[in-house]
Design a protein. Structure first.
Length: 381
């Protein structure tokens, strides 16, 4: 029997696993009818998932943790049994010749940001406060020896609106997901300075979010959904899939932007400004492959530990909550029948891999790179 699942998403490139699962029939093969609903804001995704309008949703990685901690307008126990994407965020300043030649140079970026904050915090547009955009920028500033609250002041707007917010002068820069940074440089209203991957090479960006009680009541349905999305991620990884993928995402009911702008993050060839300067970043966005989907507890703990002070919650409580949100046990059980490659454990030392490495030769399971910009490591133990 086919199960209808209502699933919310934001028009971003990293919604691709859900869209592909629906469009190419992977969900149908698991007897799931995915009713994908495009939303304009993360607050709408948050509220509609919490109140049961959606069975599942495309979510920012910190959102399930923040919601489970009661942050924001709703208090709802949300779990993330699967990661949908890594990286994908780009920082764009108002048009500026000084920063463009130093693309992905974190030291130059911080120096520029600190200089701009001399007379007060730099105004930064982000899509949501409980996001990797905010977490990564705070981490970069803090690890560079500065107080984030003194350097940046965040304003929130939907991803596709941030281009207009930057153009209007309401903010000095935006940190936004693909493909909307590409739109800004295409319009000539901004200069791409830094990708999130330069801060953390394997940052979990989007996750599949479901209510904990829904997941418990619908365990096998959730397993089927995870398998469908996993197969979509494998298809996305194929080199010959990119043209078809970008054409699908470009449709108005999904991302609704020209396919060449979507292609930039996949190719890693990022147009930096209106002059056509290009920066290369092979880690700009990761959606496909066998290693993206695993919801590492260590990444959840990193989010909780780094964001607990700003969220105003006890660090130990935040960490315990985070460990209950990211659910590698569900992911493993869902893919057991598919004989999918899996890591041996659920935690790892984050930031320890400078290059791609095989960590389970028997299953051909690989990881990395996952380095932090400053060479630090994060041991969750």
């Amino acid at each position: 029997m086919t199960t209808l699942l209502n699933c919310g998403f934001i028009p971003l490139t990293d919604a691709a696993p859900l869209i592909v699962a629906h469009e190419l029939g992977f969900a149908e093969e698991e007897n799931i009818a995915l009713n994908l609903k495009r939303e304009n804001s993360w607050s709408s995704i948050r509220d509609k998932l919490a109140f049961g309008v959606y069975d599942a949703a495309h979510m920012l990685a910190p959102m399930p943790i923040a919601m489970s901690l009661g942050k924001g307008q709703v208090n709802s126990k949300i779990i993330a049994p699967m990661v949908l994407s890594m990286n994908g965020d780009s920082f764009v300043f108002k048009t500026n010749d000084e920063i463009a030649p130093r693309f992905n140079d974190t030291a130059a970026f911080i120096q520029y940001l600190v200089r701009q904050a001399t007379n007060g915090p730099v105004r930064i547009g982000v899509p949501f406060m409980h996001s990797m955009h905010v977490a990564l920028l705070r981490f970069l500033i803090r690890q560079s020896g500065f107080n984030p609250a003194e350097i940046v002041d965040f304003s929130v707007a939907p991803p596709f609106v941030l281009a207009e917010v930057l153009k209007s002068g309401e903010v000095d820069g935006v940190f936004v997901g693909a493909p909307w940074a590409a739109q800004i440089t295409d319009l000539g209203t901004g200069t791409l300075a830094l990708n999130g991957s330069a801060i953390w090479a394997a940052a979990p960006e989007k996750v599949l979010g479901v209510r904990q009680e829904w997941g418990e009541r619908n365990e096998l349905i959730l397993h089927r959904l995870i398998r469908a999305i996993y197969r979509a991620q494998l298809w996305i990884e194929r080199p010959n899939s990119q043209d078809t993928l970008c054409e699908i995402l470009a449709r108005s009911k999904y991302v609704g932007i020209q396919s060449d702008l979507i292609q930039q993050a996949f190719s890693g060839q990022m147009v930096l400004d209106a002059k056509g300067r290009v920066g290369h970043d092979p880690l700009a966005l990761r959606i496909g492959g066998t290693d993206v989907g695993f919801p590492w507890l260590s990444t959840a703990i990193w989010i909780a530990k780094n964001e607990a002070p700003a969220w105003g919650v006890d660090e130990k409580w935040a960490i315990e909550t985070a460990k209950n949100c990211f659910r590698p046990d569900i992911y493993r059980n869902a893919l057991m029948s598919a004989n999918s490659p899996m890591p041996d454990g659920n935690c790892k030392v984050e930031g320890s891999l400078n290059e791609r490495q095989t960590i389970n030769a028997a299953q051909d399971y690989y990881l990395g790179p996952d380095r932090f910009f400053d060479g630090s490591v994060f041991d969750p133990n």
